[in-house]
Design a protein around this ligand. Structure first.
Ligand code: ADP
Ligand code: GN1
Ligand code: MG
Length: 370
């Protein structure tokens, strides 16, 4: 999949939703790897109303309708809890799904594309690279608070929108198959990365075994706590709203913490090619851990806390092997914007894994001290 957005007729898509005002403009927005996102503006008697339109990637999410059912339940529940808590400006603190004209949560266009619309969260931004410890602290706190909000969603188990999403053992086996098939003749050029991955196979089952032994619980988790999936308030730097809810489903708290460390402690972009710059920033690790534990410390059990540093290493490794697999499979999953983009991303992750490995004792001690 490439990063090129097709020429969708966003104005026509909008005619199927209960948006307010007259269509003004639409433009591609954000830097997510999965969905096609647009900022769309409408004029309502001189006031501009902005919305986020998204074409759900139905290659990645095979059942978009169930996914939207999950999202409606999650956003409905968070809205209700924030209301009960007397929170102000709730539509900036949770995603709000705009319904279609016939009251559904998404619209299917004549080409079979699934579209959804959210209220645009104004005066807040996402960051691809964290700028300072305060942001790291606030972002982690917001993800932990989100976990607290969704802990008691009533009704049946949420649908697994991508089965085995964080089953690192399955991810590892998929990598091995991709190496064996080598459909694009790329394995020969990435021997070092393959060796790096294979040396670490024993890591893959650790958390799954702890779950099987009943030592860590399944929870409802976000599962994609990349730092640009939380909106930071422009004025206060507070993590105002957790977004990208496509993978909110049963998972482990450790996945969410681990992916936060992966995505917010490197001083560079995820696809940095100068690997000498890639290392885990200790000040950011400390800020994320403090922010996360300031809320999650209330509900995590002893084993979960013990495995936090391991989770950081595992999630970074997992994303690294996913990028490597996609490179070997011909870039079918993550959007790419240049040749070898997934390979560059993989190298960055593996360099960060190394850095986390070098810092493990320090990380363990820091967390024990919290
Ligand atoms: P992807 O799954 O492709 O990562 P996201 O849902 O994360 O898609 O959206 C991509 C980007 O669009 C986000 O990083 C954020 O910058 C922006 N975005 C998404 N939802 C909103 C919203 N409701 N208000 C403002 N910006 C948003
Ligand atoms: C994708 O959607 P986005 O860009 O927030 C991916 C995550 C990866 C991340 C790596 C559904 O996240 O799992 O960790 O890229 N999302 C999905 O940058 O696969
Ligand atoms: Mg995203």
């Amino acid at each position: 999949m490439t990063g090129d957005k097709k020429n969708y007729n966003i104005k026509n898509v909008g005619k199927n939703f209960c948006v307010l005002g007259q269509f003004l403009s639409a433009a591609p927005y954000g830097s997510g790897h999965i969905n096609d996102t647009f900022k769309v503006s409408y004029d309502q008697g001189g006031t501009v109303n902005d919305y986020i339109f998204q074409r759900i990637n139905h290659f990645v999410f095979k059942d978009p309708l169930s996914l939207m059912d999950n999202i409606s339940r999650v956003t409905g529940h968070t809205f209700k809890k924030l209301t009960e808590a007397g929170t102000d400006y709730i539509s900036r603190r949770t995603l709000t799904v705009i319904p279609t004209l016939d009251g559904k949560s998404c619209y299917i266009d004549p080409d079979g594309n699934y579209w959804r619309v959210y209220i645009f969260i104004e005066k807040a931004k996402t960051y691809d690279v964290i700028e300072n410890p305060k942001q790291a602290y606030e972002a982690a706190k917001a993800f932990a608070a989100f976990q607290g909000l969704i802990v008691d969603i009533p009704g049946p188990r949420l649908v697994e929108t991508i089965p085995n999403f964080h089953n690192t053992r399955t991810r590892f086996n998929t990598l091995k198959q991709a190496i064996e098939k080598d459909e694009h003749n790329r394995a020969g050029e990435v021997k070092e990365e393959i060796a790096f991955a294979l040396e670490r196979e024993s890591m893959a089952g650790t958390l799954l075994d702890l779950v099987a032994d009943g030592k860590i619980p399944e929870r409802i988790t976000h599962n994609d706590t990349k730092i640009n999936n939380v909106m930071m308030d422009d004025e206060t730097s507070e993590g105002i709203c957790v977004i990208d809810l496509d993978t909110v489903m049963p998972g482990l708290a450790l996945y969410d913490y681990g992916d936060m460390i992966r995505s917010s402690t490197i001083p560079t972009a995820e696809d940095e090619t100068d690997l000498s710059k890639v290392t885990m920033r200790k000040d950011l690790f400390e800020a994320v851990s403090k922010g996360y534990m300031s809320v999650a410390g209330e509900f995590l059990n002893k084993t979960e806390i013990e495995y936090l540093p391991f989770a950081a290493r595992l999630m970074t490794f997992e994303v690294g092997i996913r990028f490597l697999t996609d490179h070997l499979q011909g870039d079918v999953y993550f959007k790419i914007h240049r040749k070898n983009h997934n390979l560059d991303r993989c190298r960055t992750q593996f360099k960060l894994v190394q850095s986390i490995e070098e810092h493990t004792n320090y990380m363990q001690k820091f967390i024990e001290g919290l």
